[in-house]
Design a protein around this ligand. Structure first.
Ligand code: ZN
Length: 380
């Protein structure tokens, strides 16, 4: 079988859509008007992705405030925040360029999603000719909604985690039921968990194993056949063309991440200085049999934070090098991250989000072609 390809999920939102988000926050337009702009951008994403030759298509998360907050708020500014939440939660991440992103804070129970990703899948299925994928958020990210220390009155941490796991399971099941063929779980907090950043207390608590165990609580509710199409995405962040945890030694994460009983992994790699060691670690730790499913390593061969377009030849070379360490039947190709995980992102290194959308399409097309060339060279 040729080397499979898959994108992570997000694409830059057109400037016009980002302005609509602002107008909605300002109360100048209503949700229906915002939705009309989202739908337009989503349709454009799908149509253009289909032209790149990508296997699965997404709407590029045009309808989502972010990859992490779509279930609980309409916008990053907190318009349409779900019940029992306040705006002033923990830092989700502090990025290398100095900007940060903040999560809401849970104020009481019960915790419920106000929106499930299946809503996007249903809309996308109407537009798409090709199979549809959907990215969802991991429970390990949303567990940070609960205060880091202490317990909430009348809603224990344990009750919250039970509710959270149920909501994430429902999110995944409903996405499949709505017609998604692949569902990948965003796990950017995995590498960040070992950052030990004094400004961001949760990164000092060695929470990686807790994250993995919590995520497996959900993943293990699915059959091996279902888990074949459930993925995990890891990266050192990718927002406003900046990262949050690239200096954290990758082995800390990669030596544990494959404990997750998922069928495939979308793994940042192209932007690593020492790619060879990443291939080697993935080859060493990924499992042939994760409770009935072989773990496929989709290696990042495209850097979405750089406007420089990788050539198909460069992509091919990376995959051929990866195949020296990872069995080719368990090797795939992806991008290092989504191209814009947060809705408000002007893509500063690119000059504009509209230009960054054009660049993203070229990069995806070259990844697809590079994977084809590598498959040819490797005889698969
Ligand atoms: Zn990412």
């Amino acid at each position: 079988m040729p080397i499979p390809t898959e994108l992570v999920g997000s694409l830059p939102r057109p400037m016009k859509l980002q302005e609509a988000y602002q107008s909605y926050d300002d109360g100048a337009i209503d949700f229906a008007q915002l939705e009309a702009e989202q739908d337009k951008a989503a349709e454009d994403s799908i149509k253009r992705l289909e032209q790149t030759g990508e296997t699965y298509v997404t709407d590029g998360e045009q309808r989502e405030s972010s990859f992490a907050t779509y279930p609980i708020t309409d916008t990053l500014a907190g318009t349409g925040l779900a019940d029992n939440l306040a705006g002033d939660g923990q830092f989700f991440a502090i990025f290398d360029d100095g900007h940060h992103r903040q999560l809401p804070r849970l104020t009481g129970g019960p915790f419920r999603y106000k929106r499930f990703a299946s809503e996007f899948v249903e809309k996308n299925k109407v537009i798409a000719v090709k199979p549809v994928k959907q990215a969802v958020i991991a429970p390990s990210m949303l567990m940070l909604l609960y205060p880091l220390e202490g317990e909430l009155d009348g809603y224990s941490r344990e009750q919250f985690l039970d509710d959270l796991c149920d909501e994430v399971e429902k999110d995944i099941r409903q996405a499949f039921a709505a017609g998604a063929e692949r569902v990948s779980i965003d796990f950017t907090e995995g590498r960040l968990a070992n950052k030990n950043d004094a400004r961001n207390p949760w990164t000092n608590k060695d929470m990686l194993q807790e994250f993995i165990d919590l995520n497996n609580r959900v993943i293990d509710r699915f059959s091996a056949e279902e888990r074949r199409n459930i993925g995990i995405h890891t990266c050192p962040g990718g927002d406003c063309d900046s990262v949050h945890s690239k200096e954290v030694p990758y082995e800390k994460l990669l030596s544990k991440m494959f404990q997750l009983n998922a069928g495939y992994f979308l793994i940042q790699c192209a932007s690593e200085e020492d790619r060879e060691s990443v291939y080697e670690l993935c080859g060493r730790y990924s499992r042939e049999d994760a409770n009935g499913v072989a773990q496929v390593c989709f290696m990042g061969v495209i850097n979405p934070l750089s406007p420089e377009v990788e050539t198909p030849e460069q992509v091919k070379e990376q995959l051929v090098a990866a195949a020296k360490h990872i069995p080719v039947e368990r090797l795939g190709a992806t991008d290092d991250c989504g191209f814009s995980p947060f809705s408000r992102d002007v893509k500063p290194k690119h000059g504009s989000p509209d230009f960054a959308r054009d660049i993203a399409m070229q990069k995806i097309a070259n990844r697809v072609e590079g994977a084809r060339l590598a498959s040819e060279e490797l005889g698969v």
